[in-house]
Design a protein around this ligand. Structure first.
Ligand code: NI
Length: 252
């Protein structure tokens, strides 16, 4: 169930059953010539939705903008500085913990968020540890799962795309969004890729990124993306993350 579509008495009732919550976190950044700018937020959101079909679980509003300064050379990309994203994550977790939520299961859609998210979790733990170790507030735990680093997703991506999976604007993530948003996929899917396989390289700032990776892709060929493959990726990732969520709630 989506927090945004619940009433407060429904949230109160949920908290009597469970104190876990799924927090999708993504980014709003260019995804090459045929990928949506919202790809990294849409993927974890779709996976969270699939998990909620089998679990009694609350889904928080998606953190739609992430640490993506390197994409700012492309129209439409948005970014939070690491310090801003840390503040956003800390305040969202703090807000929900005031009501009793204490297991925060983040599903991440953007590799660039990983170090910042880990730093945010460290801030959350530090705040409690410095103030009152052994106090009465719920002990919050946060875990970050990257949807594409699940066994099924790696296997399917390997079989279907091989080296064309690349690093950014991957055919896997584009496939998942094409499955979720088929009408929009129809509009952009046939965009030609030149060269077929994008260059690989290191990420620095936005100007340098645009020079090295002129169409936004890194190492990938997302013209291979299909909604049918996206459906399988979604199912595989949701199944594995559902098991991880259940284990996270049971953790001693
Ligand atoms: Ni992405």
């Amino acid at each position: 169930m989506r927090l945004q579509l619940c009433t407060w008495p429904e949230v109160e009732a949920y908290l009597n059953r469970s104190t876990g919550i799924i927090m999708p976190v993504g980014s709003t950044e260019q995804h090459g010539p045929n990928g949506f700018i919202g790809t990294d937020a849409l993927c974890p959101e779709l996976i969270a939705g699939a998990m909620a079909e089998v679990l009694d679980v609350m889904i928080a509003p998606t953190i739609n903008v992430g640490m993506a300064q390197h994409h700012l050379g492309f129209p439409g990309s948005m970014a939070l500085r690491p310090t801003t994203l840390i503040a956003v994550v800390c305040d969202m977790v703090k807000s929900l913990s005031l009501h009793g939520f204490d297991r925060f299961f983040f599903i991440n859609g953007h590799g660039g968020n990983i170090p910042t998210m880990q730093a945010a979790f460290a801030e959350i733990y530090a705040e409690r540890s410095f103030r009152d170790a052994g106090g009465r507030e719920p002990q919050v735990r946060c875990e970050l799962y990257n949807w594409w680093r699940t066994k099924d997703v790696s296997k399917i991506a390997d079989e279907e795309f091989g080296e064309a999976e690349g690093r950014h604007a991957t055919p896997s993530e584009v496939s998942l969004t094409y499955y979720g948003y088929p009408q929009d996929a129809e509009r952009v899917r046939a965009t030609p890729m030149t060269p077929k396989l994008a260059p690989l390289g290191t990420i620095y700032d936005a100007e340098d990124y645009r020079r090295r990776f002129p169409d936004g892709r890194i190492g990938s060929d997302p013209s291979l993306a299909t909604g049918e493959i996206g459906k399988r990726l979604l199912a595989g990732s949701a199944e594995e993350l559902t098991a991880k969520y259940e284990a996270f709630l049971k953790e001693a």
